[in-house]
Design a protein around this ligand. Structure first.
Ligand SMILES: Nc1nc2c(c(=O)[nH]1)N[C@H]1C(S)=C(S)[C@@H](COP(=O)(O)OP(=O)(O)OC[C@H]3O[C@@H](n4cnc5c(=O)[nH]c(N)nc54)[C@H](O)[C@@H]3O)O[C@H]1N2
Ligand SMILES: Nc1nc2c(c(=O)[nH]1)N[C@H]1C(S)=C(S)[C@@H](COP(=O)(O)OP(=O)(O)OC[C@H]3O[C@@H](n4cnc5c(=O)[nH]c(N)nc54)[C@H](O)[C@@H]3O)O[C@H]1N2
Ligand code: SF4
Ligand SMILES: [Mo]
Length: 720
């Protein structure tokens, strides 16, 4: 018995039962086998039933037990009694809390209009459709999310060229893969197997990354560019492809717009010249262009964030995507395949839904303009959300109209550039509610805090590539007095008396409504606790554009964007994917670069951390105990810095003190630092308006900084 128990063997003798759920630490929602005894989790494993993660978990998911049972979990609804930020709260009942929230929202609507209420979601995705519907049913256009810094700008770049959003790289059928910045070995472990299998079968890989990553280690060519110079590199590759006649003539003449001007523009970007901008040798640029253009079919693997985390981000990604257009690798087997638009939670799993109709109760024209709409008009044309990067600005200026109230699900002010400015803005709100699992530094500024349940304590729909789907059941009862986010949303909807029959019908009825086109029902899904293959998945074909064209203004693939040109005089947008250096760079601001000589790249992912979520877990934290910046050993040597020394990283905005981690995976001249650490928040070093003028995305990955060794840490920085 002891042996069975020690080995956590399920069965009658130990009383341990294995239940099926999903990991909620990131969007991959990996399937989990949860070993439960007396409603307590005793062990967690990756579920072998789930074909996506196939029995595996990453370092973060493996620490789920620590995550779920962490002492920082919020235990009951709380009402603030001390000054904002003091952390002084008193426990209240759910009824009291929800009554007060509903009352305050109604008051704000009467006093300032429904648009004065902001509905926000952080990195979590699972409750989004329901909150978006609540916002629109309430009458507010101001539903916004963390995606205002995440994949939406990449999606915009795809839409500006092709009309459709991001596509699926068909790695299985590809001969060549151009990985433009993604690092799935650290960020998306379930996707790695497919990549390795394809590599074994002879897939050629080109990696475009400033660091030497596990992808770069497996690549035939690694283009190790300076951060933020992607546009120049792509235009040089286009130069080679066009001038050597390697482009797809038929595709270009039949289906594209603006090619002649693009051809002319890329003449400014010879590989030799671009070598001086990007630090990638000209020979490698030529070799990569030839390999990508002549190996058919070739797929392009984009990433959510790093290429668009620059002040020139959208234009840079447009230049890179122009390579897909030039080579005709669009919507073909082995290239980049178009997936249907109306999918559930951003993952194409072989079925379509009515999610969009569910979320968008009113048209944009029926509502006041969205937050950020004047400043980022193309965002508002292409993205069905408000641009959250503009939040602090509109709260502070109250223009064009006041924002007074916020209902947030997991807000982390350290997501914004100049996070202190964001925190100050939160304090200016009349009323601020935060729903979270943990007592965070942002939640401390809320008027009401509501405790959310983790993925293991709730029911949610998970979708997976390769046509698999799951609807989970709670494997333990919600801890403390926590509740699933959706319970909170639907309870609030009732109290707000919105005259919305779907919101009144509840979570599962709403899901059923959304799922109608798929043929799936909650009842059927519940019969398959470990998930199920999607029955009759849609078969993706190729070259849909032959019948349907491209949903761009010109109906063609746009090397020159008609939409961007509409804002040429008002916003200075250019139709061609022009290259301009990052706003702060040696090229654009040489004086600043003389004082801050290192390129500063923030937020390249570490395998064990994910934003603010896993710093507090001792298992993951033990893999890197202190906030640390990655420095090349050559730079370190020049600065007299050795491993684990304390260093001061400064920008004109401020400084942080962190440890030095010496690694040749980063290039000389570039410093990498992870984001969201409470005690060393890089975002305090970034100006609030350091943004891409097209997408509103922060330039997180091309800043300038100075580095110096801290001589006597305890004397100089004992307050840290
Ligand atoms: N472990 C872990 N996994 C995560 C996350 C996490 O925080 N931790 N976050 C999730 C989220 S929200 C996101 S958006 C994704 C991001 O997923 P990925 O894009 O795969 O990860 P990143 O590390 O952000 O960036 C990928 C690579 O881009 C490179 N890079 C940095 N700057 C530039 C540049 O200017 N140009 C080019 N070409 N490359 C550049 C970095 O060196 C890095 O190796 O990961 C998700 N998965
Ligand atoms: N400098 C720099 N800044 C960056 C980036 C960068 O690369 N560099 N990356 C940007 C990107 S791509 C992203 S995606 C964002 C990250 O976006 P953030 O929103 O900052 O991400 P998290 O800190 O993971 O999550 C926010 C909160 O959600 C809470 N939470 C977790 N699960 C749940 C749940 O089920 N329900 C509720 N209600 N709350 C929950 C967490 O406890 C946390 O407090 O950061 C952006 N900021
Ligand atoms: S990749 Fe890791 S953190 Fe993300 S869902 Fe899977 S196990 Fe969880
Ligand atoms: Mo992200």
């Amino acid at each position: 018995m002891t042996g069975l128990w020690q080995s956590k063997i399920p069965g009658g003798e130990t009383g341990i039962e294995v239940r099926k759920s999903v990991c909620g630490i990131c969007d991959n929602v990996c399937g989990m086998d949860v070993y439960v005894k007396d409603s307590k989790i005793v062990k967690i494993e990756g579920s072998k039933d789930n074909p996506y993660n196939a029995g595996t978990l990453c370092a973060k998911g493996a620490a789920t037990r620590q995550y779920v049972y962490h002492e920082d979990r919020i235990k009951t609804p709380l009402k603030r009694v001390g000054p904002r930020g003091s952390g002084k709260f008193t426990a209240i009942s759910w009824d009291e809390a929800l009554d007060e929230v509903a009352e305050k929202l109604k008051q704000a609507k009467v006093q300032y209009g429904p648009e004065s209420v902001v509905f926000f979601v952080g990195f979590s995705k699972w409750m989004r459709p329901f909150l978006q519907r609540l916002a629109h049913a309430f009458g507010s256009p101001n539903y916004c999310t963390e995606s205002s810094t995440c994949f939406k700008a990449m999606d915009m770049a795809w839409k500006l060229l092709f009309g459709y959003g991001r596509t699926r790289p068909d790695i299985k059928n590809a001969q060549c893969l151009l990985v433009w910045s993604a690092n799935p070995f650290h960020t998306n472990t379930p996707a790695v197997r497919g990549l390795l299998d394809a590599k074994e079968k002879g897939l050629k890989i080109i990696a475009v990354d400033p660091r030497y990553t596990p992808v770069a280690a497996r690549a035939d060519l690694h283009l190790q560019l300076k951060p933020g110079t992607d546009g120049a590199l792509a235009l040089a590759m286009a130069h080679v492809i066009i001038n050597e006649g390697l482009y797809d003539r038929a595709f270009i003449s039949d289906h594209t717009y603006g090619f002649e001007e693009f051809r002319e523009y890329v003449q400014n970007f010879s590989p030799e010249k671009v070598a001086t901008i990007t630090a990638v040798p000209a020979g490698k640029i030529v070799a990569a262009a030839r390999l990508y253009a002549t190996t058919k079919p070739a797929a392009f693997m984009p990433s959510a964030a790093p290429v668009v985390h620059h002040t020139n981000g959208v234009q840079n990604y447009r230049a890179a995507l122009a390579l897909v257009a030039l080579t005709g690798n669009y919507d073909v087997y082995g290239g980049n395949r178009v997936t249907p638009a109306d999918i559930y939670l951003y993952t194409y799993a072989g079925f379509v839904t009515r999610k969009h109709d569910y979320c968008q109760v009113k048209t944009w024209e029926e509502m006041p303009p969205r937050l950020g709409q004047e400043k980022f008009p193309v965002w508002s044309r292409l993205v069905d959300e408000a641009q959250a990067m503009h939040l602090p600005w509109q709260i502070q200026t109250q223009k064009p109209y006041p924002l007074k109230t916020m209902l947030a699900f997991g807000i982390n002010h350290r997501m914004w550039p100049d996070s202190d400015f964001m925190l100050d803005s939160l304090q200016k709100l009349d009323f601020f509610v935060d729903v979270d699992l943990f007592m965070t530094d942002s939640a401390k500024y809320a008027d009401i805090i509501l405790p959310a349940s983790s993925s293991l304590e709730r029911s949610e729909l998970g979708c997976y590539p390769d046509n698999y789907v799951i609807y989970t059941q709670p494997v333990i009862t919600p801890l403390y007095d926590s509740r699933p986010d959706t319970d909170i949303i639907f309870d609030l909807a009732k109290r707000l008396t919105l005259n919305d029959t779907l919101l009144a019908s509840g979570y599962e009825a709403s899901l059923d409504w959304i799922l109608v086109p798929s043929g799936l029902t909650v009842e059927e899904l519940k019969k398959h606790p470990a998930g199920m293959p999607v029955p009759h998945p849609i078969k993706l074909g190729e070259r849909k554009y032959l019948e349907e064209g491209f949903p761009t203004p010109s109906g063609k693939v746009e090397f020159k964007s008609v939409l961007l040109e509409q804002y040429a005089s008002s916003h200075g947008y250019k139709g061609l994917p022009v290259y301009e250096p990052p706003k702060y760079s040696l090229q654009a601001t040489p004086d600043l670069a003389a004082r801050y000589p290192y390129i500063f790249n923030t937020g390249s992912r570490l395998p064990m951390f994910i934003h603010s979520r896993t710093f507090r877990l001792s298992w993951t934290r033990s893999l890197r105990r202190e906030p640390a910046a990655d420095l090349n050993p050559l730079d370190a040597q020049q600065l007299g810095i050795t491993q684990d020394d304390r260093i001061k990283l400064s920008t004109p905005q401020g400084f942080i003190v962190v440890q030095a981690n010496l690694t040749a995976t980063v290039q000389p001249g570039v410093v990498h630092m992870y984001h969201a650490y409470p005690q060393a928040d890089v975002n305090t070093l970034i100006e609030a308006d350091y943004l891409d003028p097209i997408s509103g995305f922060p330039g997180f990955k091309s800043l300038l900084c100075a580095v110096e060794k801290v001589k006597d840490y305890y004397q100089e920085y004992s307050k840290y």
